[in-house]
Every structure is written in structure tokens, then in C-alpha cells.
Design a protein around this ligand. Structure first.
Ligand code: SF4
Ligand code: SF4
Length: 455
């Protein structure tokens, strides 16, 4: 296959690169979402891209579910108490990506008088700025993993010409099935949440993109759009469901935009630049909860899976639930676990501390055994070109890796390093098991350091 070959598929898909890793979704795809509420939660204050929030509560304070407990100074996003209880401590704790962060720990107390977040009358006719305010107040971020503040993504620049909302139901990472279960079990909330976003950004076209390995979800979404009478409710917004080829990374924004609209996001650009806004299905639900129920993001659904956990599950847990509590709730380890990942196996992060807790961006928790993990040491590049074929951005990770090995990270821009979104297709396809994503990360970090120095 040549570098620039266009893949032939009966279903819509992106044109360049991509891989077909083993799916492993059978472990959890038929397991309905269960709710698990631990007795303690620990909430790191850095939960979204940008500045961290500052705690507004101190040790021994009583908090109710939904109370604001931290906020970003200067009008940024707030964090809310995921459970009612007493603040046990505000101190440094582990963080899944930052290693350490200020963390608010709450011990659960009686839930009597907990807010129910009932439907607010007149929510459908709110003005756009009010809808946006509610989304901001609720602390909604991209729940697909990016954790970008949603209100900022929905406040379009004045000159933006956006005509399409893409709702991302691709969930292309192996093992993860939480979005699939949300689409099956909470399809009404996904559809209404998508409508809320379409109203805010003022588009007539809303396309829900779902991979072909999740056909039941696509059928459920279509049925729900018809059952809710969306066309009659608001003829100005046309909602449709499009099934795409199952190919990783179908769920990445640029690839999904091309699959669903045929538009190519330019180098260094955003979907916005080709008239599209992309939101994940769980984020659509969070937007509806915020606008309709004034419910903040205090919980999320995630997949707990891998051969290393006794009872894999799709769980709804309060933000701040620890990995250790989830392991106990899922029956403990099953054999030797050699890797614990936050997120999927392609883009997830390894964690080493069981006290790390679920954040708003945590879509999966994987317990992998040796059989599921590549622990081989890596070998020299054999110039096979597999990584070039696999890269959906047309980059040259092989060349970047060679430059990193001779300590020349600041000479790698020519190979496209700044366009890399760390999807992992290159590492996955390399027969020499070269950690190509890590090489890309090293090069990107060197450029970031250089930019900081130049300021
Ligand atoms: S991780 Fe980066 S270099 Fe590797 S395939 Fe993905 S975009 Fe390309
Ligand atoms: S896939 Fe691995 S061995 Fe092949 S060209 Fe890329 S880096 Fe080299």
C-alpha cells in the first residue's frame, strides 16, 4: 500500500492510514451500565485543559452533592462535590497525567436532602447565552478524553462559518464500550443533548457518526430520533445517523470529519475551519444535563476491562472514585496484571498508583495481562515503511525516531512532528516494536520547551 493510497470501503471512512487492532469489546459490550458509589472520593483540581481550579473548601467543611468546591480564578470552570459529605483533606494527591495535584477528599455522609436536579421548566426556549452559561456553570468538558472546556468550544468566533455538528459515537479505542452503552441505554439524552448543541452553534445539520461494529447503537439512535419526533419538534435542525467503517482512529476529530462530510481539515487547523464542530456523545449528555437539569458534571460512565480484572464492567461512578475502590468493586485482579491504563490501549496513559482517581476525562480503566501487552524490547528500524502507511496524518515517525536517538529533537519539524496527535497507529504497526509515539512525544516536548524559553 502506498503512503497516499485511498482506502476503498463500502462505508464512509477517512482516506489516509489507520489500523485495525483487535477490538476486545466483547468483554463489556453487553454489560449494562452499573452505578457504584464509594464511601470516599478524591478530586484532583486539574480536570480540564488550562489553568487548575483553586479549592474553595477546607478540611471539615460539609458539602452537598453538586456544591462548587473549586474554581478557576478569573471566571473559568468550576468543580463540584460528586457526593455529599465532609471534606477530609485538601492536600497533594496523585493525578493520572500530572503525577501530583492538589486534591480534595470527601468522606460520604447521609445523602438526605441531596439535590435531585429536576428538569427546569422552559429549558428548550432559553436564549443561547443562557444555555452556554449553564454549560459553563456545570463544568462540562469534552468527556471523550480531551477535557477541553465545552463552553469555549461552543463559543464560535464571529467570522466562523459552521454548518454541521458531528456527534462522535465512534469509540474506536479497543476495549472501550461506555459510549456504546450510553447510546443504547440513554439514547434520548444523547439526541436531546445533540439538539441543545446544534441550537447553540446554530447549525441545521447534525450527524451522529457510529462505527459499523456498533450497529445496535446506530439503530437505537435512529429509532430515538423518530420516536422523539425531532423533525417536528424543530424542523430547523436535521438529525441523522451515519455508520462508518470500523477503523482506528475513526473517532479522532479530523478523521471523523472527513469520513462524515468529505471535508479535509487543513494542516494545523481545526474542524471549525471546514465548518464543523465535533462533540462526543457523553459530552452531549452532559450538555443536556446542564441546560435541562442544571446538573453539574459530578459523575461519568467508564469501561473497566482487560483480562486482568475479574469482573469487567461499564460503571457510572462519581468523579474522584479511586482505582483501588474500582478494583475491589470489580472482584479484584484476575491473574498477573502487568499494566494499568487510564483510557484505551492506543492512546491511554499507564498509571502506577492505585490511589489515582477517575477524572472527568477518564473513559476507561484497563487491567492488562502479559498476553495483552507488548513487553518486547525494541529493535532498530528496518525501513519497512509500515508506520508511514499507518499514520493517518501522513507523518514520518520513523525519521523522527532516528533523530531522537541521536538527540536532535529540534530538527524533527520537517517530518511533521507538530501535527502528531499521538494516536499510536505507528507504534502499533512497527514490526521492530519501536515506541514511535513516545519518540514523537519527546520531540513535541522539546519544541514546547523551546517555545516557553522564547517567550
Ligand atoms: S502517533 Fe503521530 S506519528 Fe504516529 S501514527 Fe499517530 S499521528 Fe502519526
Ligand atoms: S514501522 Fe518501524 S521498522 Fe518499519 S519503517 Fe517504521 S520505524 Fe522503521
Amino acid at each position: 500500500m502506498s503512503l497516499f493510497s485511498w482506502h476503498k470501503s463500502a462505508l464512509p471512512t477517512f482516506s489516509r492510514g489507520g489500523v485495525h487492532p483487535e477490538e476486545h469489546k466483547g468483554l463489556t459490550e453487553n454489560l449494562p451500565i452499573e452505578t457504584f458509589i464509594p464511601t470516599t472520593v478524591s478530586i484532583p483540581v486539574s480536570q480540564s485543559l488550562g489553568a487548575p481550579a483553586e479549592p474553595l473548601v477546607a478540611k471539615a467543611a460539609m458539602v452537598k452533592r453538586g456544591d462548587v468546591i473549586a474554581t478557576v480564578p478569573g471566571g473559568g470552570l468550576s468543580l463540584h462535590a460528586p457526593i455529599s459529605g465532609i471534606v477530609k483533606s485538601v492536600q497533594t494527591g496523585p493525578h493520572p497525567t500530572l503525577v501530583h495535584d492538589t486534591t480534595i477528599t470527601i468522606l460520604a455522609k447521609s445523602a438526605e436532602g441531596d439535590p435531585e436536579f429536576a428538569e427546569q421548566p422552559g429549558w428548550q426556549t432559553l436564549a443561547i447565552p443562557q444555555m452556554l452559561d449553564r454549560i459553563k456553570e456545570a463544568g462540562v468538558v469534552g468527556l471523550g478524553g480531551a477535557a477541553f472546556p465545552t463552553y469555549r468550544k461552543l463559543m464560535l468566533p464571529k467570522d466562523a462559518k459552521v454548518d454541521t455538528l458531528v456527534i462522535n459515537g465512534s469509540e474506536c479505542e479497543p476495549y472501550l464500550t461506555c459510549d456504546y452503552r450510553v447510546m443504547l441505554e440513554e439514547s434520548e439524552r444523547v439526541v436531546l443533548g445533540s439538539w441543545v448543541i446544534a441550537k447553540i452553534i446554530g447549525v441545521k445539520n447534525c450527524v451522529i457518526g457510529i462505527e459499523s461494529n456498533k450497529q445496535p447503537a446506530a439503530e437505537q439512535m435512529r429509532k430515538t430520533i423518530a420516536a422523539l419526533g425531532m423533525e417536528a419538534m424543530d424542523p430547523a435542525v436535521k438529525m441523522s445517523v451515519v455508520v462508518t467503517e470500523t477503523k482506528y482512529p475513526q473517532g479522532s476529530e479530523k478523521q471523523l470529519v472527513q469520513s462524515l462530510t468529505g471535508r479535509l481539515v487543513p494542516k494545523g487547523g481545526l474542524p471549525l475551519h471546514v465548518g464543523v464542530v465535533v462533540q462526543n456523545v457523553a459530552t452531549a449528555v452532559a450538555c443536556l444535563d446542564a441546560v435541562r437539569n442544571r446538573k453539574p458534571v459530578i459523575e461519568r460512565v467508564l469501561t473497566v476491562s482487560g483480562a486482568g480484572i475479574k469482573n469487567p464492567k461499564n460503571l457510572r461512578v462519581p468523579i474522584g472514585t479511586s482505582v483501588e475502590d474500582i478494583i475491589l468493586h470489580c472482584g479484584g485482579y484476575n491473574g498477573d496484571v502487568v499494566k494499568i491504563l487510564f483510557g484505551g490501549p492506543m492512546m491511554g496513559r499507564t498509571i502506577a498508583d492505585l490511589d489515582v482517581s477517575v477524572t472527568k476525562g477518564t473513559s476507561g480503566l484497563l487491567f492488562l495481562t502479559e498476553a495483552e501487552t507488548n513487553l518486547n524490547s525494541y529493535q532498530p528500524c528496518i525501513s519497512c515503511g509500515e508506520c508511514l502507511d499507518a499514520c493517518p496524518m501522513g507523518l514520518e515517525p520513523n525519521r523522527v525516531s532516528q533523530y531522537i536517538e541521536v538527540n536532535r529533537p529540534l530538527e524533527t519539524e520537517q517530518f511533521g512532528v507538530k501535527e502528531c496527535f499521538e494516536c499510536g497507529c505507528c507504534s502499533y504497526s512497527c514490526p521492530s516494536h519501536r515506541p514511535l509515539v513516545q519518540f514523537m512525544q519527546v520531540a513535541k516536548a522539546a519544541y514546547r520547551r523551546q517555545e516557553r524559553k522564547a517567550k
